[in-house]
Design a protein. Structure first.
Length: 403
């Protein structure tokens, strides 16, 4: 990250806010919600070599948002410092605040924007538990594809915390990680700018983000020829999707939330889990997904993992158990949206098998080895071991756990 940009001056008029920079030339400037998980973004207009302008009218559609200024070159985020001449300013629309060498624009509180959940739209949630996976008649490791998150992918880890012997049973040929089905089943994104952005090119990011642009999931499935596909709906329960064009979406996942690519989402329509519109998009995506599965005779080889966010956390060293008090509203809302997504999935793909972990005695582990550590989505060790045992039963039969 370059560190030779100075925010030299702010010019405020009745209609605009202009930023004058000096030093390394910035190509782009934008405002983004200081909570990176929320896709509130306003792109600023470049009006000179190092000058950007914000139309104050654009702030009217946002309520109770703390924006921070971000700037970048074509390829990387730029770190900037702020002139001591710039002071905190308050207007009828917003307040300028300088904190830790970051310019913040705080929108005056008007009302809380309800982004989701539409509880009226879903009348009843039903799960078909009768369908069982067609057993795999092979002694070799089962070729597996994962479409999901750490809920499903962490089952296939050799660390002692997870399932050290999983490779004796399963061979994971591909993982689609943190992608919404709405995005995966939509049209390709005709924009190769992401290929220049350093924060998307790291291998640990690019291998998961490229499918967002190419929409080539089923090309990959064709190459791997999986025996089973393990899926979880965490992303479609918790992360919005951005509409790029008609029938073209991107998942606002953790990779985009940390990338300079997010400035391109300014002014675009956002669909949040739990809303009627998101549910309709998800159902259409499931219809397409099943059609593609049937073409490859895979619709009966799908396993849906019905995970949910944990409401309690445990410290294994002390035995202390606490509730996720500060996150409980988000947990309840997300779990409700997860019910919706799983319900639609099983309605549209009734051949799928379901591993029901909606109710479990296991809790999140504050010392979880998963990246990010303590989280309602990171469970204690036995959670992943229980799912692994269930998965082996699904694939090999009730009496073949010791293969």
């Amino acid at each position: 990250m370059l560190n030779n940009v100075l925010l030299e001056k702010i010019i405020l008029t009745d209609k605009t806010l202009q930023l004058i920079l000096s030093g390394f030339e910035a190509d782009y400037a934008w405002l983004e919600n200081s909570n990176k998980h929320l896709p509130d973004i306003i792109d600023l207009k470049k009006i000179d070599k190092n000058a950007f302008s914000l139309s104050l009218d654009l702030l009217d559609e946002f309520n109770n948002v703390n924006f921070k200024l971000s700037i970048s070159s074509e390829s990387q985020r730029l770190k900037y410092s702020i002139s001591s001449d710039i002071q905190t300013t308050k207007t009828t629309k917003f307040r300028l605040l300088i904190e830790n060498d970051t310019l913040n624009i705080i929108i005056n509180e008007k009302k809380i924007k309800e982004s989701f959940v539409d509880s009226i739209f879903i009348k009843e949630i039903k799960f078909n538990k009768s369908q069982k996976l067609q057993q795999i008649s092979t002694a070799k490791p089962i070729k597996t594809i994962v479409i999901g998150t750490c809920f499903s992918r962490s089952i296939f880890r050799s660390d002692s915390f997870f399932n050290p012997d999983y490779k004796d049973y399963f061979s994971v040929g591909y993982t689609a990680f943190h992608n919404s089905f709405i995005s995966l089943m939509s049209k390709p994104v005709k924009d190769e700018a992401y290929l220049k952005m350093e924060d998307l090119l790291d291998n640990n990011v690019f291998k998961y983000i490229e499918v967002e642009f190419k929409k080539d999931l089923f090309e990959t499935l064709g190459k791997v020829s999986p025996d089973i596909i393990l899926i979880d709906n965490y992303i479609d329960a918790t992360r919005p999707v951005i509409q790029i064009t008609d029938d073209c979406f991107l998942t606002y996942n953790k990779y985009f939330s940390e990338s300079i690519y997010k400035r391109k989402f300014s002014g675009l329509k956002i669909f949040y889990p739990g809303t009627k519109e998101h549910q309709e998009l998800y159902r259409k995506a499931m219809e397409k997904f099943r059609q593609e599965l049937k073409k490859k005779n895979l619709n009966s080889q799908v396993i849906l993992l019905g995970g949910r966010l944990a409401k309690q956390k445990k410290d294994k060293k002390t035995g202390l158990i606490e509730s996720w008090t500060d996150k409980i509203a988000w947990i309840n809302k997300s779990n409700f949206c997860w019910d919706i997504a799983d319900s639609i999935f099983l309605e549209e793909i009734p051949e799928a098998s379901y591993i029901d972990m909606r109710q479990t005695n296991w809790m999140s582990d504050i010392a979880s080895p998963i990246i990010g550590g303590a989280s309602p989505s990171h469970y204690e060790s036995d959670y992943y071991r229980e799912i692994f045992i269930d998965l082996k039963k699904q694939c090999f039969g009730e009496n073949k756990n010791d293969l």
